[in-house]
Design a protein around this ligand. Structure first.
Ligand SMILES: Cc1cc2nc3c(=O)[nH]c(=O)nc-3n(C[C@H](O)[C@H](O)[C@H](O)COP(=O)(O)O)c2cc1C
Length: 211
């Protein structure tokens, strides 16, 4: 891999040029099909055992966004972005695994006899381990959101993950289940002028240990 390779590869170029958007075109909208497509792409992200322990709420009407705004620091992007997602992680639950793996078996990818062993391993990781169940919820939601962020950028849309919200209030207002954690908000939509470029990062030498 050379510097030249990273520059000409469109996927890497997309990763390197993404930036967080503060300023969205408030008149812009995304169709429900475009929103579904973003979530479809997001759900191609990896999850532990293919648990797919995520859920997405897409706020795309002024009324829906107005329910979120006061419990999310009234950040203007929430109202201005075409869509604001509540990205939800679900506590990892090994009992859901046979159902999640059934299509994998049906597709001829995993032999059926491997399913009970996968469930046993998942149970050994997550059963009676509330911290690990929650960690997995956050990891899953984050991978899904990341895939949506890069897909949005590839489609010419701005995006920003956001932690500036009251998680308990969001949980209540949008009727999340006991096994659900609002991991982050994610604004997505056409931008207006004024957004900063991606900010400089720490040198790799400061964040990488080569052993
Ligand atoms: C977990 C997380 C939470 C964030 N929360 C907010 C937020 O509440 N509001 C906001 O405007 N930006 C938020 N951001 C965006 C960051 O400020 C931004 O990614 C960072 O400053 C780097 O900028 P860049 O992505 O444009 O390089 C968040 C980013 C992450 C990853």
């Amino acid at each position: 891999m050379t510097d030249a390779t990273t520059k000409i590869n469109p996927v890497i170029e997309c990763i390197l040029s993404r930036r967080s958007s503060k300023f969205y075109d408030p008149a812009a909208t995304l169709s429900d099909d475009q929103i579904r497509e973003l979530v479809r792409i997001g759900t191609s992200a990896p999850t532990s055992f293919n648990l797919q322990n995520w859920r997405f709420i897409a706020l795309r009407t002024p009324e829906a966004k107005a329910r979120l705004s006061p419990i999310a620091w009234s950040q203007p992007a929430i109202m201005d972005a075409a869509v604001t997602f509540i990205v939800i992680g679900r506590l990892a639950d090994a009992s859901t695994l046979p159902q999640r793996l059934a299509p994998v078996v049906e597709a001829g990818i995993m032999p059926a006899h491997m399913v009970p062993e996968s469930e046993r391993r998942a149970r050994s990781l997550y059963d009676d381990q509330p911290q690990r169940q929650r960690d997995e919820a956050m990891r899953t939601a984050t991978f899904g959101a990341a895939a949506m962020i890069y897909a949005a950028h590839a489609l010419g849309l701005g995006s920003t993950p956001m932690i500036g919200f009251d998680a308990d209030a969001v949980h209540r207002e949008f009727g999340l289940g006991e096994n659900e954690v609002p991991a982050m908000l994610l604004t997505v939509g056409p931008e207006r002028a004024g957004n900063w470029p991606q900010k400089p990062r720490m040198p790799v030498a400061d964040v990488l240990d080569l052993l």
